[in-house]
Design a protein around this ligand. Sequence first.
Ligand code: 2AM
Ligand code: CA
Ligand code: CA
Ligand code: CA
Length: 265
Amino acid sequence: MDIISLHNYTRDIIQQAASKIRASFQQTMQIETKADVNDLVTNIDKETEQFIIEKIRQFDSSHRIFGEEGMSAETFENLDGIVWIVDPIDGTMNFIRQQRNFTISIGIYENGIGKLGYIYDVVRDELYYAIEGQGAYVNDERLSPLENLPLDEAIIGINASWVVENKRINYKKTGQLVRKVRGTRSYGSATIEAMLVATGRLDAYMSMRLSPWDIAASAIIAKEVGACFTTLKGQPINLLTQDTFIIANKSIQQEILDDYIELYD
Ligand code: 2AM
Ligand code: CA
Ligand code: CA
Ligand code: CA
């Protein structure tokens, strides 16, 4: 695999897809629900995924493609070969309601190893990317390795649903975490929150349920800056299933998992 020509080609795909998304702001979009009433998808999510798939197939039709909206109609049972994991719009609710705080996210894996990761914040015009072993960048500026900090100076990305009574997690313990840290934030896009961690603007982000396309690109970028990336049980992430997850500065990750996270299942 010629990594540099693939890199240049992918950047080009992302810029073209982003132009189409920007143009869509002028049009009325069609909004549908998926698994539940708050799980939204628009025609722009689907059209963007379809566009990206066509471009990948033009580049090399042997590459496999998995996207959130299922437009490639491929099965997703292993990571053999070259696999593109695509989230055409991460943060669809933000896209619909705010026209900001959403990204295009693409991770390229070879036999399960992350090679190239891209997260493009369309409205801020910020492209985060990483090439395996060659560092992570935002718009060609190299990201620095993360510095250690104590938990009581951390800002963490956590959703309000973690601190109200629920069946999945001991919310009293997460409440103690909220009291312990310096501040909390919630942005509604897993990739934006992961990139805030990768740039040291946030020190952890956690989610109760994310899918492979929510984390495939972030995992590649996170590795290059030394951020920890695991499930809430501290296990390595599995890109074939939905799971819980946390990305964090490595100086606070274990303390959060050991002292503040108790999953029921
Ligand atoms: P999406 O916008 O691509 O669906 C929202 O808090 C974050 O969680 C987004 O990154 C969103 O990705 C993701 N997410 C994963 N599963 C979701 C679901 N069932 N409903 C809404 N957002 C979901
Ligand atoms: Ca979705
Ligand atoms: Ca997503
Ligand atoms: Ca999506």
